[in-house]
Write a new protein. Structure first.
Length: 250
């Protein structure tokens, strides 16, 4: 097994779910590489202020060259990564007949190609350590999303990706699991409310009314689950999709 101080990479960690996961893993004692196209200063400063160790890295997960450079910098400045959370994602709404090839390629590129590129770059370090944890963010959209065919397709692909990783990498002491969030308060759901012409509070109220537990999710709800799946305690959990959605998904 790797040393007690693990190095984690969290993609899409400038805000929202990614920021909450990065902060939680730092609280769990990990050194965290915070990857995002956008400015990661707030996430890194929060982790540092709380006594953790974090490294901001600007990278497009859909770019092979940038991913290679980002992982190399992580190794140089923090150490070899043995924990990976594939969180970066985009999900604009568009009807199929209005969707351009470029829009499809962008969504699939970030949401599906990105996790492939980052995972491929990180796994050799996990194999060398004989220990690893991979957590990939899918979505309840994986079971079908009428408003986002591209997003739903990519998120469904991540489930197959995760299960295949679990089968292939288990012998190396590496687990791979997916988290499928439901409605989470985030920039993405705020953008959805704007597109629908709704005040965000009303959008949240409607979503909460449809959720069995009677509320919507917060980024911390996802971070709690990621914390468990990246821990030594989750060594016998692999190839699973955990729906963090306030109730069962058909």
């Amino acid at each position: 097994m790797a040393s007690s101080t693990h190095v984690a990479i969290v993609t899409g960690a400038a805000r929202g779910i990614g920021a909450a996961v990065a902060r939680r893993l730092a609280q769990d004692g990990m050194a965290v590489a915070v990857l995002d196209l956008d400015d990661c200063t707030d996430t890194v400063e929060t982790i540092t202020r709380e006594g953790g160790r974090a490294l901001p890295i600007a990278a497009d997960v859909a770019s092979e060259e940038q991913v290679t450079d980002a992982v190399a910098r992580t190794v140089r400045d923090l150490g070899a990564p043995t924990v990976l959370v594939n969180n970066a994602g985009v999900g604009p709404r568009a009807e199929l007949v209005d969707m351009t090839t470029e829009q499809w390629d962008t969504v699939v590129g970030v949401n599906l190609r990105g996790p492939f590129l980052v995972t491929r770059a990180v796994v050799p370090h996990m194999i060398d350590a004989g220990w690893g944890r991979i957590v990939t963010m899918s979505s309840i959209s994986a079971v079908g999303d009428a408003a986002r065919v591209d997003y739903g397709s990519a998120k469904a692909g991540l489930i197959g990706f995760t299960k295949s990783l679990a089968l292939q990498l288990g012998r190396h002491g590496i687990t791979a699991n997916a988290i499928a969030p439901g409605f989470i308060v985030s920039d993405m759901t705020r953008a959805s409310a704007r597109r629908l012409g709704l005040e965000f509070d009303e959008f949240v109220r409607q979503a909460a009314a449809k959720t069995p537990v009677g509320r919507v999710g917060q980024p911390e709800d996802i971070a709690h689950t990621a914390s468990y799946l990246t821990s030594p305690d989750a060594g016998f959990v692999s190839g699973q999709v955990i729906y963090v959605a306030g109730g069962p998904i058909d």
